[in-house]
Design a protein around this ligand. Structure first.
Ligand SMILES: *Cc1c(COP(=O)(O)O)cnc(C)c1O
Length: 376
């Protein structure tokens, strides 16, 4: 047995989509990016979606949309991937780390209240593992405090919470199509909003400052439809090279078609895990998973003898992970951190177990059995 922790599920459909991009000989920013953006906007019921080359880029640009004055503060969970908080530093803002809710491991509302002060301008909830942050509670609180809300949806794709897609509760939602995520484009991301004014500069910011679609220029480049100024563009904003490209978007469109199937399979696997580990008293699920209600990118457990269990599982060919070392104790973020006592301790118990759409029932049963039979 050699079971991977995460694995993209790629097949003939994605290969065919890439082949078609080769045949069109257009692999940069082009019509497929546009198509994927339109599909994603429709799917999430957002007014506008913009494709970028990672969720990290999406998070960076999302904060940039608001032009917050340098040195203002942004509330962010300590238990998240580096990118959520790095985006704050990219924008010359200050991260304020928030402890985890002991049950869900999402943002702790008590700590959010404690950490808030008048210099805070935004909050970045992370739907950790795919489990929703109680947005019906967060949004009115944020509104009352005048905070902007950017949802990090890297662990979800299609999760609907109280009738509303995760990523559309806040001002902006950021999704990841990195290879370990629910669907992948190799690397990629998408940002969505229902307030298109917010994104007025985003198209330029994601493509070196130019907001003209040069693939459209190329398509219309004929004598009959000539534009004497087709070469003209203006630079009004500082742009980055953050665009999604047509190769990635082609893969993404093929993956998007499989999303319902992927999410169903992920839910089935989680149900199987939950049944299997129920009887092991010293092991608890990471959080109160609701596989019938939400798609999850990660499954995990909390175990007292975490390190021993990880090493033991490794000897049995089972890959595991720890998501995450809290950012508030990472050297980079230490000047802003060491202030989330619950998760800084609790994180020592977290183990992420294999979860991906191609994981078989036999593999899941083997993982459960191996944990049940641990020699300690
Ligand atoms: C993966 C991840 C990101 C970054 O996604 P990329 O597309 O790799 O940049 C951001 N936030 C969280 C919570 C993630 O898991």
């Amino acid at each position: 047995m050699n079971i991977r922790l995460f694995k993209p599920s790629l097949g003939e459909e994605e290969l065919q989509a890439v082949k078609e991009a080769f045949e069109r000989s257009w692999v940069g920013l082009g019509p497929k990016v546009n198509e994927f953006e339109e599909e994603w906007a429709k799917f999430t019921e957002s007014k506008l979606a913009i494709g970028v080359n990672s969720a990290t880029a999406a998070l960076h640009l999302s904060l940039a949309c608001f032009n917050f004055p340098e040195g203002k503060k942004v509330l962010v969970p300590s238990l998240t991937f580096s990118a959520t908080a790095s985006a704050i530093l990219y924008n010359k803002l200050i991260p304020v780390f928030v402890d985890s809710d002991p049950i869900t491991l999402g943002l702790s509302f008590d700590d959010l209240e404690r950490k808030y002060d008048k210099d805070c301008v935004a909050v970045m909830p992370v739907h950790y593992a795919g489990h929703p942050v109680p947005m019906e509670k967060l949004m009115p609180w944020a509104k009352a405090k005048g905070l902007r809300v950017i949802e990090d949806c890297a662990h979800t794709a299609g999760g609907i919470y109280k009738g509303k897609m995760l990523g559309t509760w806040g001002d902006i939602g950021c999704y990841s199509f990195e290879e370990k995520k629910i669907i992948t484009t190799g690397d990629g991301g998408m940002m969505v909003t229902n307030n298109p004014d917010l994104f007025k500069d985003v198209k330029a910011m994601r493509w070196v400052g130019i907001d003209k679609d040069n693939w459209k220029t190329a398509q219309e480049y004929t004598a009959a439809n000539h534009d004497a100024m087709h070469w003209f563009y203006e630079l009004n904003v500082l742009g980055y090279k953050y665009n999604m490209n047509d190769l990635a978007a082609s893969i993404g469109l093929a993956q998007f078609k499989k999303l319902p199937k992927f999410n169903k399979r992920r839910s089935d696997i989680i149900r199987r895990y939950l049944n299997g580990i129920e009887a092991i008293k010293e092991i608890k699920p990471l959080l109160p998973f609701e596989p019938e209600n939400y798609p999850y990118q990660m499954f995990g457990i909390r175990a007292e003898r975490r390190d021993e269990l990880i090493i033991y599982l490794k000897t049995k060919g089972i890959a595991t992970g720890c998501h995450y070392t809290p950012l508030s104790i990472q050297p980079l973020f230490m000047p802003y951190g060491q202030n989330c006592p619950y998760i800084e301790m609790e994180a020592n118990k977290l183990i992420t177990l294999p979860l991906h759409a191609d994981l078989t029932n036999e593999e899941v049963d083997y993982i459960i059995e191996t944990i049940v039979n641990k020699p300690f």
